[in-house]
Design a binder for this molecule. Structure first.
Ligand SMILES: O=C(CO)COP(=O)(O)O
Length: 152
């Protein structure tokens, strides 16, 4: 597929999500990195977003709880270029009733080539990057070209 280059702005729109077994790890991580996070727009699934707001005071745009559609809402925001970085502490030791939604969210993050951290070590590296405060470039599928080809 043809690709185009697009920008992720210096002020990023970051999705924060954690499964139940990882919620305390994510809220602690958010407390630790509150200064950097406060410089960006934050989104979260329902429970995670509320917990982050409560423990850090950061403003989070809260979507539905994951099992009720929150992962799908985030996936849509990634496809519409509203969310451009994903921190998702998913739990590899617990099964989830909405596993297809989790997979779909991670798939769309890969399709649209946004930075993703699925564990704390990667999140630490992302948040420490000097690129967090700069505009960065990413290549994404050329959707208009894709559609034009299909309509030919
Ligand atoms: O289930 C989730 C991610 O798959 C997260 O949802 P909650 O933040 O509502 O727990």
């Amino acid at each position: 597929m043809e690709q185009i280059t697009t920008a992720i702005p210096a002020k990023k729109s970051i999705a924060l999500v954690a499964h139940d077994g990882k919620k305390s790890a994510l809220t602690l991580w958010c407390q630790k990195h509150q200064d950097v996070l406060s410089q960006h727009n934050l989104y979260g699934t329902g429970t995670t977003g509320h917990l982050i707001e409560k423990t850090t005071g950061l403003a989070v745009e809260k979507l539905l709880s994951g099992p009720m559609g929150g992962d799908q809402q985030l996936g849509a925001k990634i496809a519409e270029h509203e969310v451009n970085l994903l921190i998702f502490f998913w739990d590899p030791l617990a099964s989830q009733p909405h596993d297809p939604d989790v997979k779909a969210l991670l798939r769309l993050a890969a399709v649209w080539n946004i930075p993703v951290a699925c564990n704390e070590a990667t999140a630490d590296m992302l948040i420490a990057s000097e690129l967090m405060s700069q505009q960065i470039h990413r290549t994404i599928p050329d959707y208009h070209n894709y559609l034009a080809d299909r309509l030919d």
